[in-house]
Design a protein around this ligand. Structure first.
Ligand code: PHE
Ligand code: NA
Length: 447
């Protein structure tokens, strides 16, 4: 008896760690705060929270359930399940756009992971000591303007990802995540505490939570919804792939809640850490992807024990980015491995080199290719926007529609351990609220 209970605990625990390792990453700290700043604050945050609860939760559960039944890469899983339920094999498109999204996201994710690595080194070298806003801004601009340096760190980040995947040590990382994730939360709390002494905490708090609904438009809503997908690793087949490792005994709903609460808490803490620094130093909240790299060094440069805390913070951020990046590479590798003659190692190398090349285009858009534009955006912004605002919502929509229209209801109800009443609410959420929500926001964002 005791043994069984333990096995069950560790399998659920292992799964939660893997899923949280994918979810918690640069999205929570870097992307959440820069988008919040760029989108004017609270209205964005509240729409994001609503999307997490009403769209993210059902889609997370749906992806896991589809994955648990399909047991293959996202493309084959969708095709097989569709055939099994008498539907068209073109459902595989959901898998294809998911894999494409993972590929494109990893390319620019790795560039930001490189920034995080670079800042880890920066804290070791004491470059943040007594830094003010101007110096911090100039240091960051210096990095952006230097393609060779960006390339070195982007490359190093990809090498770490490939090294970890190729050596199959991802399990070890998950175990480490168990210690490191709580540590990241502690560091964020310290930073929130530092922000609270700045005298601008109140301002930051109302920036994040007291909405000016007038500022809300379709574009902000779509950005918020895209962020909900991005941060929960949804709409990419990643959670689908993870679902295939799920034991029958794991309760999907409570597991989804755990992962979502953790991910959301980390994002909100990051915001509460960053915006007091923004306001205290008269910085521009809407300055874009550099926001955390300009603000946080100011805090580390001016607080007691700041160099050590800065080092710990950027190390932990890099670690969180690595566990997410590994999960992003996985669907690409799995697809190459199962659909081409390449071996596992070959697939990993080919996938990673392709990602690395696209990443180079992304990092050049901060300097020599600054004027190259696709639909009016530079390459980096195009990759970030196209994946977040188009591919992820559409893939997620495909997953939830497939779940609610094609899978067997009664079986799903038992699998979720819901009574008939709860299931009718769940059905409402998965069949109408989530898909219509995605469609409405998507259209609003583009019209
Ligand atoms: N969810 C991760 C984050 O918030 C990023 C990610 C997106 C990872 C998609 C995997 C898939 O940083
Ligand atoms: Na996240």
């Amino acid at each position: 008896m005791a043994k069984l209970a333990h096995a069950q605990w560790s399998s659920r625990m292992g799964f939660v760690l893997a899923a949280a390792g994918s979810a918690v990453g640069l999205g929570n700290i870097w992307r959440f705060s820069y988008l919040t700043g760029e989108s004017g604050g609270a209205a964005f945050v509240l729409v994001y929270l609503a999307c997490v609860a009403l769209v993210g939760l059902p889609i997370l559960v749906a992806e896991w359930m589809i994955g648990r039944r399909g047991q293959k890469n996202p493309i084959n899983t969708m095709a097989d399940l569709a055939t099994r339920h008498g539907r068209s094999r073109s459902w595989a498109l959901v898998g294809i756009s998911g894999v494409l999204a993972a590929f494109l996201i990893l390319s620019f994710y790795s560039v930001i992971g490189g920034w995080s690595l670079n800042y880890t080194l920066g804290s070791v070298m004491g470059s943040f000591t007594a830094q003010d806003a101007d110096a911090s801004g100039a240091a960051f601009e210096g990095l952006l303007g230097d393609p060779e340096t960006l390339l070195i760190w982007h490359t190093l980040f990809m090498v770490l990802v490939v090294g970890i995947v190729a050596r199959g040590v991802t399990k070890g990382l998950e175990a480490a995540a168990r210690v490191l994730m709580p540590l990241l939360v502690v560091l964020l709390l310290i930073l929130v505490g530092y922000g609270a002494t700045s005298g601008f905490f109140g301002e930051a708090f109302s920036f994040m939570f007291s909405p000016d609904w007038g500022a809300l438009d379709g574009g902000v809503m779509l950005a918020a919804m895209g962020q909900a997908f991005f941060t929960l690793s949804l709409g990419m087949g990643i959670m689908m792939a993870y679902g295939s490792y799920l034991g029958e005994d794991v309760n999907l709903l409570s597991t989804a809640r755990t992962v979502i609460v953790l991910d959301t808490v980390i994002a909100l803490l990051a915001g509460l850490a960053i915006f007091p620094i923004v306001f205290a130093n008269g910085l521009d909240a809407s300055s874009g992807p550099g926001l955390i790299f300009v603000t946080l060094p100011i805090a580390f440069g001016n607080m007691v024990g700041g160099s050590l805390l800065g080092l710990a913070f950027f190390l932990l951020l890099t670690f969180a980015a690595l566990t997410s990046a590994i999960s992003l590479l996985e669907p690409v590798v799995e697809t190459l491995e199962e659909r081409t003659p390449l071996s596992r190692l070959g697939s990993t190398l080919v996938g990673a080199v392709a990602v690395w090349l696209v990443g180079i285009a992304a990092l050049l858009s901060f300097n020599v290719w600054a004027d190259v534009s696709i639909l009016g955006l530079n390459i980096f912004d195009f990759l970030d926007t196209f994946t977040g605002k188009v591919l992820l919502p559409l893939t997620g929509l495909g997953a939830i529609v497939f779940y609610s229209r094609c899978l067997e209801k009664e079986e799903a109800r038992r699998e979720l351990a819901m009574d008939v009443y709860d299931y009718s609410l769940w059905n409402l959420l998965t069949k109408y609220v989530a898909p219509l929500g995605v469609i409405v926001v998507f259209l609003a964002g583009f019209l």
